[in-house]
Write a protein of this length. Structure first.
Length: 61
């Protein structure tokens, strides 16, 4: 029988976290929730992933 391993990626941000509040357009939140549902991740995880991507790709002029 083949060994089956459960691989869990470590969380990138292990430091202290903070809670923030942000107002989002309703349709944006619906899109975030759709992505979370389709990817079996939490809303919080999706927001962190999207913010991390944006921070890596932002260009300030």
């Amino acid at each position: 029988m083949e060994d089956v391993k459960l691989k869990i990626e470590s969380k990138k941000y292990r430091d202290e976290s903070v809670v923030i509040t942000s107002r989002l357009p309703k349709d944006m939140l619906e899109e975030i929730d759709r992505i979370a549902n389709d990817s079996a991740r939490t809303r919080n995880e999706i927001v962190q992933i999207l913010l991390e991507f944006a921070l890596k790709n932002v260009e300030v002029e």
